[in-house]
Design a protein around this ligand. Structure first.
Ligand code: G3I
Ligand code: 9MR
Length: 593
């Protein structure tokens, strides 16, 4: 009996000890890392945020029974924006494939993550498949869309010409058919300007890494034809885009939209009248750029798509000519609403400077046709600025294209190429500056200005610029920099979220995305990139659930938050580029990653 009691006491004591041990070490969201994992030979960084005692960290098997690597946490350092203490755990030296957790005494242990080749393959595929999920004018059958299947919405075969877009041949109220395309974002409208950079980015991803995309299978209805899925997907939007040009004069409508945003309903339930609105120079030039690039790319698939490349080029040239005649027609929604009925209150995408759109369109038309007249029609290097690509800033898309085709250009461009190359590398160096000393060790976050509406696309577009520099120089520091921003998007950031729906242990769950809100599925539509922290988000969308005012933390995983947690095609496209590029490059690196 005494033995029994003693053993019960011992057992209880042991259990308590074990329990208290377990309580002390719990999974901790304070350990910020790429929640998917790392390539074996790449840099591997985690950041501990908040007070911690420092000392050693342990890389362990997921059950924490075995330690495979021990390292030293860095000195504490205040985060640049919130001033919270941060420490870095760098375990880059450990290269063995497997699944692990980081165990940090006094803090807890991390989400499990993998070290393996192709660690970003699934997210690269999913981010492109995200475009399939936001196709307009079609049903998504279960076979391809799984539990996110839905009936068709927005046939867009009875779209009206808005008063702002009326012309002699197409007076107000003319009925047009303009089906297909992708929904822009959390809303259901289709905007030419934003389609421009999106398609340009996806087509450039294909032009830069064709082998990667040729091997990809997204399980979309067109998979299995002889065309890479990325080009099938882009074609869904291209077919729509081509209908946005007025065949009578070559000008391009700004957008296809309802007068006001629809409610948070499914596509099939959204029945409000849709319009095409005012032609303008930015939309027309973005159209010219993309159709010129498409002509070049789809020319290699002329058996599958007879006539497509020629139609694209013809459309591009006509758009270019319209813009030459109408170089300063800006889209000003407020001014438009003073003049025409009904008022249009959906996304404005109003760009006040179209000089970069001229550069991009000229670069694409020139590269496709090799006609010097396009190149010389613009000042290709008007100043030393290198603005990061975004929907109103497309100059660099033109530069990237010229560099990509450098061996196949005429002397007109050849003379500028060394300077353009120099500027892209200098721009990459500028982006890299200070990233090794920054608390999160990412290129993203150098300035508060990185945290704008759609900041995730800032991180992804910085990544693309760094990939360009890597392609030009072969210097692996640029590739590491690009990867640091992918790490940022997948969890190594001040919010602790993976910004890609469906990927990571703590992914965003409640994006401002109508189907994700309105369907009966708990999980949001997968593969979509949330906009991310935005210093001014609270003022912009008036959501009341923000927890912080630190620019890198102004984010709320709440569907009220369109200024920090919407999704959008021009954010997903650079994610596709970045994730696909690092995958392609790790499979066939110029040097070790
Ligand atoms: O141009 C100024 C710049 O001069 C200034 O330095 C900077 C400081 O923040 O602001 C710049 O303007 C910003 C503009 O984007 C251009 O980047 C505005 O403040 C900012 O409010 C604006 O946000 C845009 C937002 O629509 C509101 O118009 C986002 O870029 C854009 O991605 C977003 O797009 C919406 C569509 O309208 C509708 N569909 C959904 C989509 C995603 O949210
Ligand atoms: O849903 C809209 C989103 O796509 C836009 O980015 C955002 C800003 O233009 O506007 C959202 O719509 C909101 C509207 O502006 C104000 N009323 C509430 C709407 C959605 O909840």
């Amino acid at each position: 009996m005494r033995n029994y009691i003693t053993s019960r006491i011992c057992c209880t004591f042991l259990c308590l000890l074990l329990l208290s041990g377990l309580q002390a070490q719990q999974q901790s969201e304070r350990i910020r890392l790429n929640q998917l994992g790392f390539y074996p030979a790449a840099e591997k960084i985690a950041v501990v945020v908040g007070e911690s005692q420092g000392g050693k960290f342990y890389l362990k098997t997921p059950d924490r029974s075995k330690t495979v690597y021990t390292g030293q946490l860095s000195q504490a350092k205040p985060s640049e924006f919130s001033k919270k203490p941060t420490r870095v755990a760098d375990f880059s030296q450990f290269t063995n494939a497997g699944t692990y957790v980081l165990d940090i005494p006094g803090v807890g242990y991390s989400y499990p993550f993998e070290i393996k080749n192709e660690v970003h393959k699934e997210v690269a595929d999913a981010s492109l498949k995200g475009f399939y999920f936001i196709r307009a004018s079609t049903a998504l059958p279960e076979k391809y869309a799984g539990k996110w299947n839905r009936p068709a919405g927005h046939p867009d075969n009875k779209v009206l010409v808005h008063a702002s877009a009326a012309s002699g041949q197409r007076p107000e109220g003319t009925v047009l058919s303009s089906p297909r395309g992708w929904y822009d974002a959390g809303d259901y409208n289709k905007y030419v300007v934003n389609s421009g950079i999106t398609m340009g980015t996806l087509l450039s991803a294909y032009e830069d890494f064709p082998e990667f995309f040729k091997a990809q299978n997204l399980d979309i209805p067109e998979s299995g034809n002889k065309v890479p899925d990325v080009l099938d997907e882009v074609l869904w939007n291209l077919r729509w885009l081509l209908t946005m040009q007025d065949p009578n004069d070559g000008g391009v409508y700004h957008k296809l939209t309802t007068a006001n945003f629809e409610g948070m309903i499914m596509p099939a339930a959204a029945k409000n009248q849709r319009y095409v609105v005012q032609k303008n120079t930015a939309a027309t030039l973005d159209f010219a750029a993309v159709t010129a690039q498409a002509s070049r790319v789809y020319r290699n698939f002329s058996q599958e798509f007879p006539g497509l490349a020629d139609s694209c080029l013809q459309a591009s040239v006509r758009a270019w000519e319209w813009a030459q005649k109408n170089p300063k027609v800006l889209y000003d929604q407020n001014a438009m609403n003073k003049q025409f009925e009904p008022d249009v209150t959906t996304g404005a995408y109003g760009d006040r400077d179209v000089s970069d759109e001229f550069i991009w369109a000229a670069a694409e038309l020139y590269t496709t046709t090799k006609k010097d007249s396009y190149y010389t029609a613009v000042t290709m290097l008007p100043d030393a600025l290198m603005p990061l690509p975004s929907w109103p800033q497309v100059r660099l898309l033109g530069y990237y294209t010229l560099l990509r085709h450098e061996n196949n250009l005429t002397p007109a461009a050849q003379k500028d190429l060394p300077e353009i190359k120099k500027r892209v590398i200098a721009f990459a160096n500028q982006l890299m500056e200070g990233s090794a000393e920054r608390s999160y060790r990412t290129v993203m976050g150098k300035s508060e200005k990185d945290y704008i509406w759609g900041s995730s696309s800032v991180a992804a577009n910085q990544g693309i610029a760094l990939i360009q520099a890597y392609q030009l120089t072969g210097d692996k520091k640029y590739l590491s920099g690009a990867l640091s921003n992918l790490d940022y998007l997948l969890g190594r950031n001040a919010t602790g979220y993976s910004f890609v729906t469906g990927y990571g242990d703590k992914p965003v769950m409640n994006p401002h995305h109508r189907p994700s809100v309105a369907d009966a599925v708990a999980e949001p539509v997968p593969g979509l990139l949330s906009g991310g922290p935005n210093a001014r988000a609270a003022q912009q969308d008036k959501c009341t659930t923000y927890q912080s005012t630190s620019p890198d933390e102004v984010f709320t995983d709440d569907d009220c938050s369109y200024a920090s947690n919407e999704i959008a095609i021009n954010w997903n496209a650079p994610l596709v580029y970045l994730a696909s590029a690092v995958e392609a490059l790790q499979a066939k690196p110029k040097k070790d990653m």
